[in-house]
Design a protein around this ligand. Structure first.
Ligand SMILES: Nc1ncnc2c1ncn2[C@@H]1O[C@H](COP(=O)(O)OP(=O)(O)OP(=O)(O)O)[C@@H](O)[C@H]1O
Length: 248
């Protein structure tokens, strides 16, 4: 569905003559209706790659296209095609707005009448397993996990084909994190969309992600189906990551 081909993003550093290769010659394919986990330690280039995919940044070289129209650059996609949810929901929520206005904002921007947008917001809350009581709350009256669900609900309002979830469970405790993963799995099934799930933790992806890519220093070290990679890792880096799980 989405093809990333030989994509690089290099930044010129303030130190003269040096460049940071945040993403370096990355190729991967995201299929329809799959969960693709992108794994890497801090600074490995995950968020930069996500921003390139979403179109928030332009690659230094390479191309990102969606497979139905392979020659169409990602920047020419319909606005609703990809939605991004960040690690910190507070970054994208106006603290003075009620939940119903936060969720329905994309619909209102698409000229939905207010009443219809609110009724859709209530449906979306139900999709992320929050009750209608949340409609009139402010973000400060919601927990971190609930705010992430609200951010997902807002993203769903545009019926995206691809949801990019950048470290959205990192700040949550294990039980709430597990509930969020279950929610994403059920949304994949019910909405038929694909999810690019970005994380620094390999231990969350078993039974959740269909495919996985492991990234280090801007380079994909290994990619493949999750079961095979977890049971038979090929790169030394993936092996080291897996070994480290047993010591945490
Ligand atoms: N605007 C920028 N200018 C210069 N260097 C940058 C810029 N953005 C990111 N980098 C560098 O690119 C590399 C990759 O950063 P990126 O944020 O993509 O990593 P990450 O894997 O998402 O890390 P984290 O999990 O900590 O968010 C890092 O070395 C970072 O310092």
């Amino acid at each position: 569905m989405l093809r990333v081909e030989k994509v690089s993003k290099h930044y010129a550093n303030s130190v003269k003559g040096q460049i940071t290769k945040a993403v370096d010659d990355v190729s991967l394919t995201l299929r329809q209706n799959e969960i693709f986990a992108l794994i890497g330690e801090s600074g490995s280039g995950k968020s930069t790659l996500a921003e390139l995919i979403v179109g928030l940044q332009q690659p230094t070289s390479g191309s990102i296209t969606w497979a139905e129209h392979l020659q169409v650059p990602i920047t020419d996609r319909p606005a609703s095609f990809i939605q991004l949810v960040f690690q910190n929901p507070d970054r994208s929520m106006n603290p003075y707005w009620r939940v119903k206005d936060i969720i329905s904002e994309p619909l209102r921007l698409s000229k939905y009448p207010k009443k219809k947008a609110y009724s859709k917001a209530e449906e979306l809350l139900e999709k992320v397993m929050l009750s209608a009581d949340f409609m009139d709350r402010y973000p400060a009256e919601c927990s971190g996990g609930q705010k992430q669900r609200i951010a997902v609900a807002r993203a769903l309002s545009m019926s995206p084909s691809l949801l990019v979830a950048d470290e959205i469970t990192s700040a949550l405790d294990p039980t709430i994190e597990n509930e969020m993963l279950q929610l994403l799995l059920s949304l994949k099934r019910s909405e038929g969309m694909s999810i690019l799930y970005i994380t620094h933790r390999l231990d969350t992806i078993s039974g959740f992600a269909d495919h996985v890519a492991v990234m280090k220093n801007g380079v994909i070290q290994e990619a493949g189906d999750t079961k095979t990679m977890l049971s038979d890792p090929k790169s030394d880096y993936t092996k080291a990551l897996l070994r480290s799980l047993y010591y945490t």
